[in-house]
Write a protein that binds this ligand. Structure first.
Ligand code: PGA
Length: 258
């Protein structure tokens, strides 16, 4: 049975102090409203800023259900890349996931399919789990090319992986028009694309492997719409931006799995 995940993407929000406080508030919220799924069935992942990784991982060291993610990594192992953060550095903090290819990085930092493939490779090489983001802009959907684009994003950065490697990747479908806009994809739109992604993977790696891949939906997920989105058969959870910064909302989202 594939794992469900409720992931938060804090983006460039919180300081060291407010980040530490938010981790505490989320843990308090979960203690008051414990998820009914076991850690084998469902994980909570907090995508925190780099400066918060180690503190958050320390706080969560003995927590089997809540894990830490970096929001990015660099595409080279080490060396003269001033200001960049390597996967090995991320691993040394205790983080276990890395968000790769978020649309904001593709758009503002020109991250190419090839660069993202290298980031995925390094993440897997060091034993961390990539959360690989894909998703179309509004004009692409309006032109009817959203399936082709998402297929190209996935094939272009993931299809060089072997079966074992691909089986470790988490995919997040995040339509760009739904991110931070308050406009969520309808549950039917999310389900349609998630099923397409799963079929695309099945076409290359076989159905059994595709059925084990966790596919998250992202884009204006909130306390009010999470339940309906998460109840779709191919939606295995969410990657949540704005609402993950409010502990109460995020805990409600975590508790939105059936
Ligand atoms: P949002 O962001 O929930 O604020 O729309 C989602 C994301 O960008 O991961």
């Amino acid at each position: 049975m594939r794992k469900k995940i409720a992931a938060g993407n804090w983006k460039m929000n919180t300081t060291f102090e407010t980040g530490k406080k938010l981790v505490g508030e989320i843990l308090d919220g979960l203690a008051a409203n414990p998820p009914k799924q076991s850690p084998n069935e469902m994980l909570v992942v907090l995508g925190v800023p780099f400066i918060t990784l180690k503190k958050a991982a320390n706080i969560l060291k003995n927590n089997p259900q809540v894990k830490i993610a970096a929001q990015n990594c660099y595409s080279e192992e080490k060396g003269a890349f001033t200001g960049e953060i390597s996967v090995e550095m991320i691993k040394s903090t205790g983080a276990e996931f890395v968000i790769i290819g978020h649309s904001e990085r593709r758009e503002y930092f020109n991250e190419s399919f090839e660069m993202l493939a290298k980031k995925v490779d390094l993440t897997l090489k060091h034993g961390l789990t990539p959360i690989f983001c894909c998703g179309e802009k509004l004009e692409t959907r309006e032109a009817g090319q959203h399936f082709d684009l998402v297929k190209n994003q996935i094939a272009g950065s993931l299809f060089h992986l072997n079966d074992d490697e691909l089986s470790k990747v988490v995919i997040a479908y995040e339509p760009v028009w739904a991110i931070g806009t308050g406009v969520t994809a309808s549950p039917a739109q999310a389900q349609e694309m998630h099923a397409f992604i799963r079929n695309t993977i099945a076409g290359k790696y076989g159905k059994a492997l595709a059925d084990e891949i966790t596919i998250l939906y992202g884009g204006s997920v909130g306390a009010k719409n999470a339940k309906e989105l998460f109840s779709q058969s191919d939606v295995d959870g969410g990657l949540v931006g704005g609402a993950s910064l409010k502990a109460e909302d995020f805990v409600t989202i975590i508790n939105s799995f059936n």
